[in-house]
Design a protein around this ligand. Structure first.
Ligand SMILES: NC(=O)c1ccc[n+]([C@@H]2O[C@H](COP(=O)([O-])OP(=O)(O)OC[C@H]3O[C@@H](n4cnc5c(N)ncnc54)[C@H](OP(=O)(O)O)[C@@H]3O)[C@@H](O)[C@H]2O)c1
Length: 208
C-alpha cells in the first residue's frame, strides 16, 4: 500500500517502521519539511518526505499522527477541508487528553472531529491504546495484541485490518465511528491508572 503519514513524531516513526518492514511505501508530511525529510531518511529507502498535501495525495491510507492540538492545522494543511481525503481510509490514533491525568477533553470524539474536518474521509479510530514502541518491535512479538478499532466504512476497516495484521496484531472491530468516544475513554482510563501508579492489567478483569 501507499501510506501517507501526517506528523513526524513518535507514532509516525513507529508505525512507519512497522509498515515499511511489511513492504509498504510510506510518505511523511509534517509542518516542517526538514523534519519530514529527517524522519524519512531515518525510516529508510522506501520512505519519502513531502508537503502535507502531497503526503496524502493518491494514498491507499493516511495516518493522522499528530497531537490533538495539531489535528486541525495538520488536516487543513493537507487540504482536507477541500476534500483531499475524500474516499481515503484515515487512521486516527489521537488521544485528546489532559496532560498528566488521562481525562478526555470535553465534547465529542477526536475521530468524529476528524470526520468533520475531512469531508468524505473514511475514518477509522485505531492504534490509540498501545504505546508506539509496540509497532517498532518485530511483528512476531505482537501475536497476542488486539487492536480495537471502530469505523463506518467496511473497505476502510478492511484496510486497517490489513495494516494491523502486517504489524503482527489482530484487529477487533467494535462498531461504527459513533463508538469512538468510548474507545478514546478506554485509553484515558488506562492512562489515568498508569499515571496513578497502578498497572492497568491489575484493574481490568479477564472475561475471556
Ligand atoms: N506515542 C505514543 O505511544 C502514542 C500511543 C497512542 C496514541 N498516541 C497519539 O498519537 C498522536 C501522535 O503522538 P506522538 O507520540 O507521535 O506525538 P509527538 O511525538 O509529540 O508528535 C506529534 C506530532 O504532531 C505535530 N504537531 C503538533 N502540533 C501541530 C500543529 N499545530 N500543526 C501540525 N502538526 C503539529 C508535531 O509536529 P512537530 O514535529 O513539527 O512539532 C509532531 O509531528 C497523539 O495524538 C497521541 O495522543 C501516541
Amino acid at each position: 500500500m501507499r501510506i501517507g503519514v501526517l506528523g513526524t513524531g513518535t507514532m509516525a516513526k513507529a508505525l512507519g517502521t512497522g509498515w515499511l518492514r511489511a513492504g509498504h511505501e510510506v510518505t511523511v508530511g509534517g509542518r516542517s519539511r526538514d523534519r519530514a525529510e529527517e524522519v524519512a531518511r531515518a525510516l529508510g529507502e522506501r520512505a519519502g518526505a513531502a508537503s502535507p498535501a502531497e503526503a496524502v495525495a493518491g494514498r491507499d491510507a493516511v495516518l493522522l499522527a499528530v497531537g490533538w492540538e495539531g489535528m486541525e492545522p495538520a488536516l487543513r494543511s493537507a487540504g482536507a477541508h477541500e476534500g483531499s481525503l475524500a474516499g481515503v481510509p484515515v487512521l486516527d490514533p489521537t488521544n485528546a487528553v489532559e496532560h498528566g491525568t488521562g481525562v478526555l477533553l470535553p465534547g465529542g470524539s477526536a475521530a468524529g472531529r476528524v470526520a468533520e474536518l475531512a469531508p468524505g474521509a473514511r475514518v477509522v479510530k485505531a492504534f490509540h491504546l498501545f504505546p508506539a514502541a509496540f509497532w517498532e518491535r518485530p511483528a512476531e512479538q505482537n501475536s497476542e495484541v488486539t487492536v480495537a478499532v471502530c469505523g463506518d466504512d467496511l473497505d476502510a476497516l478492511r484496510t486497517s485490518g490489513r495494516l494491523v495484521a502486517d504489524l503482527g496484531a489482530t484487529q477487533a472491530v467494535l462498531g461504527p465511528l459513533a463508538r469512538a468516544r468510548q474507545l478514546e475513554e478506554a485509553a484515558g482510563f488506562l492512562m489515568g491508572l498508569a499515571l496513578s501508579g497502578v498497572d492497568p492489567h491489575a484493574a481490568v478483569p479477564s472475561l475471556g
